[in-house]
Design a protein. Sequence first.
Length: 409
Amino acid sequence: MCLRAAEIRAFPTLDTLYRKSDEKGLYLEVRPSGGKLWFFKYRVHGTEKRLSFGPWPEVSLAQARDLRDQARRAVRSGKDPLQERKKKKITAKLSAGNSFQSVAEDFIEVKFVGNRKAEATIEKARWFLSHLTGAIGARPIADIEPAELLAALKTIERAGKRETAMRTRAFASRVFRHGVAMSLCKTDPAALIGDALMSPIVKHRAAILDPAGLGELLRAIDEYGGGPIVKIAMQLLPHVFVRPGELRYAKWDEVDWEEAVWRIPADRTKLRRPHSVPLSWQSITLLQELRRHTGWMDWLFPGERSHLKPMCENAINLAFRRMGFPKDVVTAHGFRATASTLLNESGKWHPDAIERALAHGHSNAVRGTYARGQHWDERVEMAQWWSDYLDRLKVGGAVIPIHKLKSVG
């Protein structure tokens, strides 16, 4: 005799467990605790088994019968509903561990952290991952379709960040290839959608290449009314023209006061080789002033909120914006282009000496190997000449054209 909803509600709670049958193997188990649970009894290969459908009334009579019918169809097709449920739970658990987020984090740990990439490079990889976390981060990497990834990248593109979208796609492609290598997925959907993204508009980092304009900027930096740490960073960067990330992560134990050299370790440079920066007396003076503020810390330029972390990535550029210099006029990275252009225009220095000062690589491997140990004395002289030239520009008045300074010692 089939159960009815009204009588299920009226089943009393007794001191012992009892069961009330519906039909075709479905029954309700009434427990002393007051709970009423649905079960389906069936046989597979001569063995009796039972499958739980959950508690009443969360699972109604009609829903329990529907689940029973599904289970009966599975049994007729030769499947064991209980084993199928266990397989789904295992698959779900494995999928959670093989999400795009978890595979990407493993990729970063193996390829970036494990290979001792620069901290700025590791941060950039995590930044790319952050653009995808919300859309596909929790998805099993093996289930992600090209359209899903494209939708996430198009969101970035519509925000006007074409280059970020392209570079995020390239990062995702590396994660998928890592997943393929680890047998966690079979394909790289990122490789199929490159042509569906708009090409980025090529922009060179803004830099002042005009001596008069550079002098104006240097004077404005000296008059900056913000914090002294950021101010000294802005003052020092034109003299040493290193990459902004190399400046941010500079530590006091890298400065050799006696030799007047700042030695940047290989793991913080773009080319993964040590880079030595000769320090002019102007640079030394600025560092001595900075030591009064941060000399007791590890970082030359610690963050505002915590001295355990370096200065914010955008601190210098934000200071330029507050000073009234827009991003299409001045950037922290732009001082490298400024130095490269004006040093080359001076005609005083060997191009290789300038390239070594900029820590650029060489396309010619033999020439690069030879040049690594060359031009140090010239670079020391060039560093002092460059700082003196910046001082002359900063004084103002009549700006001496760069070509007339060729004979100046």
